[in-house]
Design a protein around this ligand. Structure first.
Ligand code: NI
Length: 268
């Protein structure tokens, strides 16, 4: 049963010594597509090149909130040019991070806004990072989506994913009701995550994506190790357990969701 890892950073140095083997292990584990978002403009080009070279890898381009200070007058043009390349299926990862606080919050919001505008222009869904910024992020996303709706954009119906969802139940409900997808990663499998597990159990299956965020967030029982896309299976298995559904049904549904949002994967 095919799975799609809709968020991994295969371009990172952590995979420099064995990237091809990591991709091969993912395919052996039934992962037929992976989506690799960028975190800044320099690695956006690297991610696009990796997608070009590797059949099962697709790319997203964007500037992570922790890199917001690098945003300049030409950044939107640079991203636009990269976003037009083959196999670029989303703008990301973008968002707000008030935990690491690498950039002033108003700068983060401005850079997010600029990239939401680019996504709207290119009709590409967004991959959203959120750390301790749920309230601001949700307000910005709902306002952006209202604009999409007003302009008749098809993106309004499936605007993007809240990657590695870390908000509360109320945010999950509001985001899902608006049509956003919720992405779940390794922490779903952790023993100390009852709140996150309850959110996943209640979220609509047709709006859930499974992700690894490799090399980070390795699932239980491999917590603390370097993560890799093959382990997305552990996230899907936990999701099936939480929902009380057969694994095959959850794998098929999350893969269909990846196909619907990003147009990737889909070999069942
Ligand atoms: Ni990430």
């Amino acid at each position: 049963m095919a799975l799609v890892d809709t968020h991994c950073h295969l371009d990172f140095d952590a995979f420099d010594s064995d990237r091809a083997a990591v991709v091969a292990r993912a395919q052996e584990a039934g992962v037929d597509a992976v989506l690799n978002p960028s975190t800044d403009i320099a690695n956006a080009a690297k991610v696009v090149a990796l997608a070009h070279e590797t059949a099962c890898v697709c790319a997203a381009v964007g500037v992570h909130p922790n890199s917001s200070l690098e945003w300049g007058a030409h950044s939107a043009d640079e991203l636009r040019a990269l976003a037009r390349k083959p196999k670029v299926v989303a703008i990301g990862e973008i968002g707000l991070d008030y935990y690491w606080d690498e950039a002033p919050h108003d700068v983060q919001r401005k850079v997010l806004q600029a990239q939401l505008e680019l996504a709207a222009e290119m009709e590409l869904p967004v991959i959203l990072h959120n750390r301790e910024a749920s309230e601001d992020l949700l307000a910005i996303l709902l306002e952006w989506q209202a604009g999409l709706r007003a302009s008749g954009s098809p993106l309004a119906a499936k605007p993007g994913v809240l990657h590695s969802f870390s908000g509360d139940q109320a945010m999950a409900e509001k985001a899902a009701a608006a049509g956003y997808f919720l992405g779940f990663t390794g922490p779903l499998t952790f023993k100390n995550a009852p709140e996150l597990q309850a959110i996943a159990a209640q979220a609509p299956l047709e709006q859930i994506l499974v992700e690894t965020d490799s090399p980070f967030l390795s699932p239980h029982p491999l917590r603390g190790q370097r993560n890799e896309p093959a382990r997305v299976k552990l996230v899907a298995e936990k999701l099936a357990e939480l929902k009380g559904l057969p694994y095959e049904e959850v794998a098929a549904a999350t893969s269909a969701n990846a196909q619907r949002l990003f147009g990737i994967g889909g070999q069942q």
